[in-house]
Ligand binder design. Structure first.
Ligand SMILES: Nc1ncnc2c1ncn2[C@@H]1O[C@H](COP(=O)(O)OP(=O)(O)O)[C@@H](O)[C@H]1O
Ligand SMILES: N[C@@H](CCC(=O)OP(=O)(O)O)C(=O)O
Length: 369
């Protein structure tokens, strides 16, 4: 038995498209029901479950007469728009049989990187759990453009697990475990547990076996496991058909041990969930202050600015060679900064008013890379 699994009070379960669809790619009601039965068992004794479910695009294909997963973003978004409603409707009916209500939570990258949105997402999830509803999370595909996309729900699930401070993340796929190589190839073996990076050396982590349905294959799952375990959350990776056993702590699938380190939640998001919208070039004094002495970044230490960001966006702080040394949430719009560079805070406050005394990036909004 896996003690961390049996003891977990709050669990995030992620299910991939390939485990929810029929061979032809449509939503498979029987598979949805089987998953919900497994989760219903788990939630029955007062434990909290957050479900991260893919499948919106797959569920939208048939109603739109699309023969396969489209390549272009706009058609994917249209399919997700049709499919997400069907998916949630299906879950709502299945959970109702267990006396549970579901709540739909659609997230974009912004929702987990901008502080105000991050708090908002946390508050909603927390309240749903307090009200004994089952939050069902997916990426907000219909509004997520290429540049702000998570792209894969494995990473989203790891970030949601961190957001709700889960005790366990379960990744359910169509494969029963992480294997040493392509599971269909003779000689590949199942991996029962991963203690650290060393256990992954030599493992061939491949793409999706069902290119028309699943997205990231094992690459995104192992990456998600890295993120969650780095946050102190253990991960079980197995197939949807083993969900009951996995949630009961039986030794199925692959168990990723958590690392002991548990970074501050908000900064963790910043480092992992963000695509920087710009770069601030620091002089050596500013690098020493920010990295060495954990100080806030002031205009005086910035030599140049790249990107078209607005206040609140994540930006990378780079040294004189251009290497990122930290990531932070910037307090100014990109167009405001060139006029401020190299000037002291006192000078700026005197010339432009007290609002210009603020740091460019506050040290509480900074994470070293
Ligand atoms: N080392 C490996 N171990 C297990 N599966 C692997 C490995 N490398 C690649 N895969 C493939 O990854 C697939 C699961 O990913 P994917 O199809 O994206 O699922 P999901 O839709 O659940 O996210 C498996 O079906 C398998 O073909
Ligand atoms: N948000 C998309 C799923 C993207 C995704 O990560 O899919 P999968 O690899 O099947 O978990 C959808 O609902 O179709």
């Amino acid at each position: 038995m896996r003690d961390a699994v049996t003891a977990a009070r709050r669990v995030v379960v992620k299910i991939g498209s390939s485990s929810l669809t029929t061979a032809t790619g449509g939503l498979d009601d029987g598979r949805v029901d089987a998953l919900v039965d497994a989760l219903g068992l788990r939630a029955a004794d007062g434990r909290e479950v957050v479900l991260v479910s893919s499948g919106a695009i797959a569920a939208g294909l048939a109603p739109l007469g699309l023969p396969r997963r489209p390549r272009d973003l706009a058609t994917q978004q249209a399919a997700a728009s049709v499919g997400q409603g069907l998916l949630i409707g299906r879950y709502a009916a299945a959970f109702a049989r267990h006396g549970r209500t579901v709540g739909q939570v659609l997230l974009t990258v912004d929702d987990v990187t901008r502080r105000a949105h991050y708090r908002n997402a946390y508050r909603t999830l927390r309240k749903l759990l307090d009200l004994r509803a089952v939050p069902i999370v997916n990426e907000n595909d219909t509004v997520a453009t290429e540049e702000i996309r998570f792209g894969d729900n494995d990473r989203l699930a790891a970030l949601v697990a961190a957001l709700v401070d889960a005790d366990l993340l379960v990744l359910l796929s169509d494969v029963d475990a992480l294997w040493t190589g392509d599971p269909t190839r003779p000689g590949s073996r199942r991996i029962a547990e991963v203690r650290d990076e060393a256990d992954l050396l030599g493992v061939e982590i491949g793409g999706s076996g069902r290119a028309g349905v699943g997205t990231g294959g094992m690459v995104t799952k192992v990456e998600a496991a890295r993120i969650a375990t780095g946050f102190g959350i253990p991960v079980v990776l197995t197939s949807a058909t083993q969900a009951v056993a996995a949630l009961a702590g039986e030794p199925v699938g692959t168990y990723f041990h958590p690392s002991l380190r548990r970074p501050a939640a908000r900064l963790f998001w910043l480092a992992h969930a963000t695509a920087p919208r710009g770069r601030l070039h620091l002089d050596p004094g500013a690098v020493a202050a920010v990295v060495g002495r954990r100080k806030s970044l002031l205009p005086a230490g910035i030599t140049a600015v790249d990107g078209a960001f607005t206040a609140g966006d994540p930006v990378d702080l780079v040294d004189t060679s251009g290497a990122p040394v930290a990531r932070g949430l910037v307090n100014y719009d990109a167009i405001e900064l060139p006029g401020l560079l190299g000037r002291s805070t006192a000078d700026l406050a005197a010339a432009l008013g007290p609002a210009y005394e603020r740091e460019v990036v506050h040290r509480d909004d900074l994470v070293l890379l």
